[in-house]
Structure formats: structure tokens, C-alpha cells
Design a protein around this ligand. Structure first.
Ligand SMILES: [Zn+2]
Length: 405
């Protein structure tokens, strides 16, 4: 064989080998395609739901795993975070102002809006404000009158409420000034104005209805008592009730409400008129109220301011006592300093279930006769130059433990 022939033979052998390899490789590829097609068909059948349940069960690897994988994020619960105890903290300011005692010149006012205009923002600044409505607002049934047996126009309730008063105390020495009919009219007018009241009641059921003020989650109980009613009494058999200061009655009332409230407040109409110091009667009942578990005592009746004292019982219970708030709106023109009064308030904080009562405050006020002939109540700090006394004098009377403004 020539070298050329040898080369051609070699080339032919190589070409044949390559051809055989290609044919074999093409067969394998076809085989793979068939396998894939079979798997796809089965998947489609399952997805269409055309196979019966036995057949699905016989193909567990294909049927059950796929849906499980799809739903896994939903069915596996995420680990719950450890609950963090939430301690809520709430702070409110509860306030009371002194006597609203309308002498005849004030009783004739057709509207009291102007008289309270200068103290409007102060009166609105508390979370709850109580006033002692000393003169009976019964002028729609009884002729208007001043001292000694008062009959005031009912719109005093409307204008006090408009100015910021949330509740009135009606246990004082003028509550029976107009007899049983006067008290009936009092309640009609309070109801007509939707003014909450405490200290005198329509009947036993009304008295049994506890006065509980809810400020957020803070529950404040209110009670009110008077030393007397100027020698006037309701007739025997009258359904109406006036709360008189009496140790047995008060202890029973306190016991009934104490466990239902966070803070217990008592309004006391007591003390010597025009005296700047509390007397033994006031101290005796302050001690009794302290030992009975009362938290705050607001006193009225002396017509002038008296000191604040904190009583602490043997069991370490604290009672904040404002012995007298003075007059808020009245014109006892013949006695000095009866035009100076104030709004006393305490800051109540509830953190979790712990109650703290702090920061005794007195916002001093002054009643002045303006040039237009109208008597108006002012924050004393705004009118010191025109008033008979200044803030410094108020501080001396109420004591250094009180923030005076
Ligand atoms: Zn009084």
C-alpha cells in the first residue's frame, strides 16, 4: 500500500468511529427526553386532580411533598415573643373650689359668664373640678334672696358647668333654707342641668348610689357632710337626706365605698367662720377621716382660707387636708379677706396598681368689683395690685407645703 492509501484507510476508520459514537449519543438523549416526559405527565395528572385517592396515596413522594412545601410558611407557627408586662401610668389633677354663695346683689345677675371669664382657663385646667354650691339655686320657685336664707337663680348651675365645674356639693348649712320644697326644687334643677351632686339626696336609693368619678382607669369616690343646717331640719318622714357630720354614719359610708375606689375624697362643711386657723372640731374629724382611710379632705364654710395639713395615721395612711378653701364667688363686703379664696388640687398618679397623691396646690382667686359694676373672679396673681391681699399672704395662711399660684 502506498502512503496515500494508508492515509485514506486511516481517515475512513476514524470517520466511521465518529459516526458510530454520534449515533450512540443521539439514542441516549432520546431516552432522557422520554423519562422527563413521563414525569411531567404524572405531575399534570395530580395537579388536575384526575387520579383517585388510592393512586395519589401510592405516589407519596410526588403528591404529598409538593403541597406541604408550598404551605410550610403558613403552617409552622412563628415563635411567640415573651409577653412584656405593660405598666401604664396615668396622672390626673382633682380640684375643689370654695363657696359659691350668692348674696342678693349677685343673685340678680341674669348671666354669670362674665363673672367667671377671667378664671375660665384655670377652671378648665383640672381633670375634675368640684364646687360647694352653698346658696340654693331655686330662684325659679322661690323669690331671689341673699343672707340669711338664700335663693339663687338656677342658671348659676349652668354657668358654673360651662366654666368647668363637674360636680357640686350640696351638704352645707344653707341646704334646708327653703325647707322640703326647696330641696325638691334643688334636685329638679340639678337634674335639669345634668349637674352631678353629692352630700344631699332625694331618698335612700339616691344616697346608696355611690358617687364614683372615673378618670381613665383611676376611680375616685366622693362623699360630703355638713356640721349642721342653721337649726332648720327636714320634717320627720321626709324622703330627702342631708349628710350631717357624724362619726358612725361617716365610718359606715367610708367602709361601703373604700374598696371600690382608688382615691377617696370627702368634702367637709365645718370650722369657725372668718378664722384663719382650723379649730379642735376640724382636727378631731380630720384625724377620724385619716384613720378611716380617706385620702383627701376639702373643707369649706369659714369664708376665708385656712391651712393645709397632711395627716399620717399609725398605719402610715396619709390624708391631705385643706381645712378651708374660702369663698369662691360671694360678696361678704363687711368682713376682710372673704373675697380671697382658691382652688385646691392634688395630683393623683396610678402606675400599675399603685396610687400616689402628691403636690398639694392652691390657685388663689380674688373677687373684684369692676368699673362696669360687675363682680368678677380673677386669678389672684393677675390682680395683686387691686386685691386686699397678695400671693405671699395666701402662702402664709395655707402653709409652706402647698404650691401657691
Ligand atoms: Zn357655710
Amino acid at each position: 500500500m502506498s502512503k496515500l492509501n494508508q492515509f485514506l484507510l486511516g481517515l475512513w476508520i476514524v470517520s466511521l468511529s465518529v459516526l458510530i459514537f454520534v449515533i450512540l449519543t443521539m439514542d441516549n438523549g432520546h431516552e432522557i427526553q422520554v423519562v422527563e416526559g413521563h414525569m411531567n405527565n404524572e405531575s399534570e395528572q395530580v395537579a388536575d386532580g384526575k387520579e383517585d385517592s388510592d393512586e395519589i396515596a401510592s405516589q407519596p413522594s410526588m403528591v404529598e411533598q409538593e403541597p406541604e412545601q408550598e404551605h410550610e410558611p403558613e403552617t409552622v407557627p412563628e415563635p411567640e415573643p415573651e409577653p412584656v408586662p405593660v405598666v401604664t401610668k396615668e396622672t390626673v389633677r382633682l380640684a375643689m373650689m370654695g363657696d359659691v354663695l350668692l348674696h342678693y346683689r349677685l343673685a340678680q345677675y341674669k348671666d354669670f359668664t362674665s363673672s367667671f371669664a377671667a378664671v375660665g382657663s384655670l377652671m378648665q385646667s383640672y381633670d375634675y373640678l368640684v364646687a360647694n354650691q352653698e346658696s340654693l339655686p331655686v330662684g325659679n320657685k322661690y323669690a331671689l334672696s341673699g343672707y340669711p336664707q338664700f335663693s339663687s337663680p338656677p342658671h348659676i348651675l349652668r354657668d358654673l358647668q360651662q366654666a368647668g365645674v363637674d360636680m357640686v356639693t350640696v351638704a352645707n348649712n344653707h341646704t334646708v333654707d327653703k325647707g322640703e320644697g326647696g330641696i325638691r326644687t334643688l334636685f329638679e334643677n340639678l337634674d335639669a342641668q345634668q349637674m352631678p351632686y353629692v352630700g344631699a339626696y332625694k331618698n335612700q336609693e339616691d344616697k346608696n348610689t355611690k358617687r364614683i368619678i372615673e378618670l381613665g382607669s383611676i376611680k375616685i369616690g366622693m362623699l360630703a357632710y355638713t356640721y349642721g343646717t342653721n337649726g332648720l331640719y327636714l320634717p320627720k318622714g321626709s324622703p330627702f337626706i342631708v349628710n350631717y357630720i357624724d362619726e358612725t354614719t361617716m365610718k359606715s359610708d367610708i367602709e361601703a365605698i373604700r374598696s371600690e375606689v382608688d382615691v377617696l375624697v370627702v368634702s367637709m362643711h365645718w370650722g369657725s367662720e372668718y378664722a384663719y386657723e382650723e379649730n379642735d372640731y376640724q382636727r378631731t374629724y380630720a384625724k377620724m377621716l385619716n384613720e378611716a382611710g380617706v385620702d383627701i379632705v376639702f373643707g369649706t364654710h369659714p369664708h376665708v382660707l385656712q391651712p393645709y395639713k397632711k395627716w399620717i395615721s399609725e398605719s402610715q395612711h396619709e390624708t391631705h387636708v385643706f381645712y378651708s378653701l374660702g369663698n369662691y364667688f360671694s360678696t361678704i363686703l363687711t368682713v376682710p379677706n372673704t373675697m380671697i379664696g382658691g382652688i385646691a388640687s392634688m395630683e393623683i398618679t396610678k402606675e400599675g396598681n399603685v396610687i400616689t397623691i402628691n403636690n398639694p396646690t392652691m390657685d388663689a382667686t380674688s373677687v373684684l368689683l369692676d368699673a362696669d359694676g360687675v363682680y368678677r373672679v380673677y386669678p389672684l396673681k393677675d390682680v395683686e395690685a387691686r386685691s386686699v391681699k397678695n400671693l405671699e399672704w395666701v402662702k402664709q395662711v395655707v402653709g409652706s407645703e402647698v404650691s401657691v399660684y
